[in-house]
Ligand binder design. Structure first.
Ligand SMILES: [Zn+2]
Ligand SMILES: [Zn+2]
Length: 345
């Protein structure tokens, strides 16, 4: 099977790999149909995020069950499924204390990062990581389940009230999915992005009663004209850091979900004195079934969020659409695409 393999920064290639085999009786062989290209993939390719050399990339995926181990009772060949790629052992200290997204085995089990992923034709996983798809949900739409699940995990860490005034920095796929995760709890707010093109797309697909703004200052002025402070700021860009703390109302939340190196500073007295909360969140924890339900019920406009789709062979074009020029070795924010999906054959 053809697989998109990571070698080192800016060095990726399509390679022939053997089809993986079922080796345990609770495993399932899935024929991959579609995998979303994630910011993590761009980070790995551009050398900003570590991955194991010669790993197959890709982790936001859906496909068809081809074969099942002898102990698998809830799935059969032909079933259409979405894959929860966040493996956890269930037995380590992190798993036994409700932090399965930080399973201590992650350094060798993270799909598409430290373990082979799904930018290829076949993938083997355990039955507990597969969720059946209804006929009306396309494989492409289903690829949004994993990122949406991560957003739901993020907001589960917040004591959220429906009247929280919220600003999301970055109107890319993460920002838009965050707006839907928050909208599902009754929260409204603004998506902020410096790209007019991206804002135009975001404006047409944002949840009801959500606004878009081209600057943080405009968003603050519009949402909180009297106080200049909002209850929650979600930074998906990774570049804002703690410089927005003064725009948080007392008791407010700064949620950091942009995976980027950097340094930031804040005044601990301000955080204490105004009961501010600075929260980070990575991967998904106990929310995959809810994300699966939200996609199935068409609570998020998955078809509109996926703006581009390419065959796996055209991965370079797919990455370029997202601002990642592999040949030219440059990574910029994309303005024309929200979510891009690679289709396996
Ligand atoms: Zn991802
Ligand atoms: Zn574990």
């Amino acid at each position: 099977m053809l697989a998109l393999v990571y070698k080192s920064a800016w060095e990726v290639a399509l390679e022939e790999r053997p089809v993986p085999e079922i080796t345990r009786d609770n495993q399932v062989l899935v024929r991959i149909k579609a995998t979303g290209v994630c910011g993590t993939d761009l980070g790995i390719v551009s050398g900003k995020y570590h991955a194991a050399p010669s790993v197959i990339l890709g982790h936001e995926s859906a496909g068809e069950v081809i074969d099942v181990g002898s102990a698998v009772t809830n799935l059969q060949p032909g079933d259409r499924v979405v894959i929860d790629p966040t493996y956890y052992c269930g037995q380590c200290e992190m798993c036994r204390t409700g932090r399965q997204n930080h399973c201590t085995h992650k350094s060798v089990t993270e799909t598409g990062v430290s373990a082979d992923g799904t930018f290829t034709d076949y993938y083997v996983t355990e039955d507990r990581f597969l969720y059946k798809l209804k006929d009306h949900v396309s494989y492409e739409e289903a690829t949004l389940t994993e990122p949406l699940s991560c957003m739901l995990t993020g907001i589960n860490q917040i004591h959220l009230l429906p009247n929280f005034r919220t600003i999301i920095l970055g109107a890319g796929p993460i920002g838009i999915l965050y707006s839907y995760a928050l909208a599902s709890k009754g929260v409204t707010g603004s998506l902020v992005d410096i790209s007019e093109e991206r804002l135009a797309i975001a404006g047409s697909i944002a949840p009801d009663r959500w606004q878009v703004h081209s600057s943080f200052e405009q968003a603050i002025a519009d949402i909180a004209p009297s106080t200049g402070q909002v209850d929650m700021i979600v930074d998906t860009t990774g570049v804002v850091g703690t410089q927005v703390l003064s725009q948080l109302a007392s008791g407010g939340y700064l949620m950091l979900v942009g995976l980027r190196d950097g340094t930031t500073s804040f005044n601990p007295k301000e955080v204490v004195d105004r009961s501010l909360k600075i929260i980070g969140s990575i991967d998904s924890l106990g929310t995959f079934a809810t994300a699966h339900y939200m996609i199935e019920q068409q609570i998020i406009p998955a078809k509109k969020i996926i703006t581009h789709s390419f065959p796996l062979e055209n991965y370079e074009e797919a990455f370029r659409t997202l601002g990642c020029d592999i040949q030219g070795r440059t990574l910029q924010a994309s303005s024309s695409a929200i979510k891009v999906v690679l289709q396996s054959n």
